[in-house]
Design a protein around this ligand. Sequence first.
Ligand code: R5P
Length: 293
Amino acid sequence: MPDVEGIKEAKMFHFDKLQETQGFFLKGSNSLDWGMKNRLSRIFNPASGRTVMLAIDHGYFQGPTTGLERVDINILPLAPYADTLMLTRGILRSVIPPSLSQSIVLRVSGGASILKELSNEEIAVDIEESIRLNVCAMAVQVFIGGEFERQSVINMTKMVDIGNRYGIPTLAVTAVGKDMARDAKYFRLACRICAELGAHYIKTYYVEKDFETVTASCPVPIVMAGGKKIPEIDALTMAYNAVQKGAAGVDMGRNIFQSDAPIAMIKAVRAVVHDNETPKKAFELYKSLKKNK
Ligand code: R5P
């Protein structure tokens, strides 16, 4: 209890300085509430406006993926170099130490396996779990053009509604089924639908041709999905092109944890994303870190 006797008179009013109203650094996010913005600021670095998310949630539909067999051994050493870990509550609780300060994006859709139709997902995690686990966003797969398109879109809109109630952003993950197109026209459609229906940010694939039309026509941040393992120089080039063409970072999994030198690779990805390093220089960094590991 403060002492009410002898209180100093308040006089530091700074009448000559107006209180500043700061805009929020993330595209399309200025009208969100404080908690949402605070969580997004733990995913996206306010200095660069970008993020390096490390995606390790593959097991939720395909079991122990190469590189993720032992998350405790293979992934924990990488975690300090990621801005965010994207994962399931099962791996979070069983393997990730709660002392980790990186933000968490929780996979909340699920229900299908690689043995069945992948788009047949439901919401698989209660909002109370996301609150309890102190996550910074919830990830929902959206299958535009997929067999269960409508169901997956409604999964996302439900999470947006529930997340808005508690200040937790929703990440829409645009999933590409086996027979679905992978061009800018398709991703413009998928990303715009997700944004129009309330997703706070969107994960989508990079396409060589016209990727900038995908980011330009999406009113909220886009992060680039990694995809299957390709040579390191190609993955760094893809990440570079994506951020130069408007992506607010990357959400990469296999191209980091399946690399011959995963720590070197995530550091090289960081250089491209946060420091605008060229792919050539980032690859040199990768090679030198790999040599000295
Ligand atoms: C799949 O849809 C999941 O969201 C994965 O986390 C993600 O796509 C995998 O990352 P990557 O393709 O870079 O291995």
